[in-house]
Design a protein around this ligand. Structure first.
Ligand code: MN
Length: 231
């Protein structure tokens, strides 16, 4: 028996602080190893590496509503599901070959998020020279908080993650190797950026596993913090 034509799935969207309208998520670009101490804990020398990017599907984005705790399911196929606290850039105006000097004009706002990672599957993919999707784009692997529109970030501001109240990741945005304008400029050389795109800007050191029942709290100074429970 023939199946019916599927209906269009709703696109995930993020709350925007102070506005009724929501931000529809188009794609999620993610930079790898963008904090030196995290590159080292993963066994790499951060000084010898050009930037590289991978993607999560928009389907993996889980909106965290203001003041609420989001729930994400522990995914299948892993025994080592890691948190990666990240600053998210929300693109409000698209473009190709965007110069660094104009990159921030394309930023709609910023949010706090998590690049949840099936570390065991990612490690196997790395070893075998395979793509990272199975490690990086699990269902519900991209919780993302409300967007603060037009925010000016303090580069000395902290990015922090605690699990059940115990701090595991604590660094500053100044520790990013590739700046936000550099990331936008580089991605836009390879892809036309569009309004609705997100960029996950990398995680500092201290990544580690979570279990079912854990609650993560992630913050970046100046932005709305998020709480995410693993169920
Ligand atoms: Mn990451």
């Amino acid at each position: 028996m023939a199946l019916p034509v599927p209906t269009l799935a709703p696109r995930p969207s993020l709350a925007v602080l102070g506005l009724q309208e929501r931000f529809p998520v188009r794609r999620a670009f993610c930079i790898g190893r963008n904090y030196a101490a995290h590159a080292r804990e993963m066994g790499f020398d951060p000084d010898r590496e050009p930037p590289f990017f991978f993607m999560k599907t928009a389907e993996a984005i889980v909106p965290v509503e203001p003041g609420q705790t989001a729930e994400i399911a522990y995914p299948s196929g892993t025994r080592d599901y890691h948190h990666e606290a990240e600053l998210i850039v929300a693109i409000g105006r698209g473009g190709r070959d965007i110069p660094e000097s104009e990159a921030l004009l394309h930023v709609f706002g910023y949010a706090v998020g998590l690049d949840m990672t099936r570390r065991d599957l990612q490690a196997e993919a790395k070893k075998l020279g395979r793509p990272w999707e199975i490690g990086k784009s699990a269902d519900q692997s991209g919780p993302a908080g409300p967007i603060t529109r037009g925010a000016t970030l303090d580069i000395k501001g902290h990015i922090r993650l605690a699990v059940n109240g115990a701090v595991r990741q604590d660094s500053t945005l100044a520790a990013m190797i590739w700046s936000i304008p550099e990331q936008i400029a580089i991605i836009s050389r390879y892809f036309e950026l569009h309004a609705g795109d997100l960029i996950f800007t990398g995680t500092p050191e201290g990544v580690d596993a979570v279990m079912r029942g854990d609650t993560m709290e992630v913050s970046v100074d100046g932005l709305e913090r998020i709480r995410v429970a693993v169920v």
